[in-house]
Write a protein that binds this ligand. Structure first.
Ligand code: S6P
Ligand code: ZN
Length: 188
């Protein structure tokens, strides 16, 4: 293949040319603590939670996958709109999230059971080391837009996070972004 540009719009988060994937509440309902509130939101029109726009890169060793993620502002119960979250299938692969717009949090858990939450804000570049799962939340009132770069053959393991969730939840309490223990967390 030949070198080529994509163009990223820092306001809207579009990456052009790119392949767009959309996730509605019905796609991510199992990831939220308050599944009843998620069901109610699905009945009310099943709004979009986030989209990912991937540059066209072969999913092969040596290549770098890259994409933008756009998370809409919103909550289910008191939990902020979030991404599904995943480990890379190839656990030995790292990733960088560069925030372009909005306010977010990045929660990560390592295969050793360590958990970390980082702030995301325009200009923050978060390093996700090998062996750490990752999920993002929009904790602001506007779009959260970030740009991701990862080994193109990393792959996604969504099942582990869907089953066990994270040790912490990021929720709004008295109008403030608050990190609490996840009462539903299994095994820990
Ligand atoms: C890929 C990278 C991101 C996420 C995206 C959506 O390795 O971490 O592009 O795919 O932010 O999150 P998720 O958990 O639905 O894939
Ligand atoms: Zn990833």
């Amino acid at each position: 293949m030949k070198p080529y540009n994509v163009v990223i719009n820092f306001e809207s988060g579009t990456l052009d040319p790119g392949k767009r994937i959309i996730r509605k509440v019905s796609d991510v309902k199992n990831m939220f603590y308050d599944t009843q509130a998620a069901e109610e939101l699905i009945q009310k029109g099943d709004p979009m939670v986030y989209e990912v726009i991937y540059a066209d890169v072969p999913e092969e060793q040596g290549h770098l996958g890259h994409c933008t993620t756009i998370i809409y502002p919103g909550k289910i119960g008191n939990e902020y709109f979030l991404t599904k979250g995943h480990y890379h299938e190839k656990l030995s692969t790292a990733e960088i999230y560069f925030c372009l717009r909005g306010q977010g949090r990045l929660i990560m858990e390592s295969t050793d059971g360590d958990c970390e939450v980082l702030e995301m804000f325009p200009g923050s570049a978060s390093y996700i080391p090998p062996n750490w799962s990752h999920r993002t939340m929009n904790v602001g009132k506007e779009l959260l837009v970030f740009y991701c770069i990862f080994p193109a053959d990393a792959g996604h393991d969504y099942a582990t996070i869907e089953e066990q969730g994270y040790p912490k939840l990021v929720v709004e309490i008295d109008g403030k972004v608050t990190v609490i223990d996840n009462p539903k967390r299994k095994n820990k």
